[in-house]
Design a protein around this ligand. Structure first.
Ligand code: NAD
Length: 372
């Protein structure tokens, strides 16, 4: 049976980070708890040593500008194993109740929060209050209200806040964005994005509302939304959405399959679908009045593949998490403009997600999306 891991291996996404689309969250970071790093490497602590945390740590071994220097975990056995594997000093290992002590640790610049979705709000605010920069996994929060609170906490603490939208550093995705910005597709008319997989273990946190904040939409449908936003270069203004549930026992608490339509100010529309109930959904399609792009797979770990009206895309294949962490390190250490993966970028997707759930609650009614 295909697993979530297979799905992610078989799809890819990419977002580009574009100068135009930069959304700056905070002024220059001013936290007194971050010291200048003479080694010019971003010193990263990972919070949540689970499946994706493991992938990020392994990818960071190949980073040139970022290194793993700390851990936050509730499981002493994991701390022991990671400490040996990554040569982490004992003084850089924390548990969930000692997070505030990180403020006094000069070996840690940023904490990467990789815990279940509904804990992101609490964990990001804890890290911000400890005076360290934060990277948080997607979805940034359960809803837009939480995302706003997280952004405010980071701004108040003078720390930077990013969301782990790895595709924003993925070369095929970036090329599509570059072409769109250069006008090579002409006016973007239509997008069709799909992202889903058949979920396994019925007892996992992803199927529990309290920890996941939602189902397929929150977990992987978010890639369709983010993709529609970087594909069009616009913020959607309205949504209509439909939910189908074929297994009300397994999906008692969270959404199983959703389809939704986004409308953009230019008149472009995006037709999107997401599921936890079948494999094979993982592509992005953009149609303009002068050309097209198709990424398939578009949202998993890669290799991402695709073509445009000019021919096949042959950008380099990269490990997304290595590129992401080097890219973020470059932004933070060299004070470069923030990529399009800040807390505000996460908020924009949450505003759409809030409206999608509202549309479903109202039987598919057209819902206007709130603005940042
Ligand atoms: P996981 O279950 O494998 O790991 C979660 C970690 O959080 C575990 O180490 C667990 O011990 C820890 N944790 C702390 N408090 C917990 C609690 N109260 N309940 C349960 N676990 C708790 O999950 P994962 O697949 O690593 O996902 C973690 C986050 O990473 C999610 O937000 C997910 O959306 C995100 N993610 C992102 C990508 C991506 O491509 N960007 C891919 C996979 C997962």
């Amino acid at each position: 049976m295909s697993t979530r891991r297979d799905f992610l291996q078989n799809i890819t996404l990419g977002v580009g980070f574009t100068a135009m689309a930069q959304s700056l969250i905070s002024p220059a970071a001013a936290s007194p708890f971050i010291t200048k790093n003479p080694a010019q490497k971003l010193r990263v602590a990972i919070m949540g040593l689970g499946s994706y945390g493991t992938r990020v740590a392994e990818a960071m071994e190949k980073c040139q500008m970022a290194e793993l220097t700390g851990l936050i975990t509730g499981t002493p056995a994991k701390a022991e194993a990671w400490k040996k594997k990554y040569n982490i000093a004992d003084k850089n290992i924390y548990n969930y109740s000692t997070v505030s002590q990180i403020r006094n640790n000069p070996d840690i610049d940023v904490v990467y929060v990789i815990t279940p979705n509904s804990l992101h709000h609490k964990h990001v605010i804890q890290v911000a209050n400890a005076g360290k920069h934060v990277i948080c996994e997607k979805p940034v929060a359960d809803n837009a209200k939480q995302a706003r609170e997280m952004i405010a906490a980071c701004d108040k603490a003078g720390v930077k806040f990013y969301v782990g939208y790895r595709l924003h550093f993925e070369p095929h995705t970036r090329e599509v964005i570059r072409m769109r910005e250069a006008g090579e597709f002409g006016k973007v008319m239509y997008m069709e994005n799909g992202s889903g997989f058949k979920i396994g273990d019925p007892t996992q946190w992803r199927l529990k509302q309290e920890l996941a904040g939602g189902g397929a939409l929150m977990d992987v449908g978010i890639y369709c939304i983010n993709g529609a936003r970087y594909g069009t270069g616009e913020e959607p203004t309205w949504v209509t959405a439909q939910e189908v549930k074929t297994d009300p026992v397994k999906f008692k608490e969270v959404d199983e399959t959703m389809t939704f339509q986004l409308g953009f100010p230019s008149g472009a529309i995006a037709n999107c679908s997401t599921t936890y109930n079948f494999n094979g959904l993982g592509s992005l399609r953009l149609i303009g009045d002068k050309g097209f792009a198709q990424l398939d797979p578009a949202f998993g770990y890669g290799p991402i593949k695709g073509r445009t009206h000019k021919g096949p895309l042959d950008q380099p294949v990269v490990t997304h998490q290595t590129a992401q962490m080097d890219g973020l390190a470059d932004c933070i250490l060299n004070n470069k403009p923030d990529p399009n993966m800040t807390g505000v970028e996460g908020l924009k997707d949450m505003l759409v997600i809030d409206a999608i759930y509202e549309s479903v609650r109202q039987g598919g009614k057209k819902i206007m999306i709130k603005k940042v």
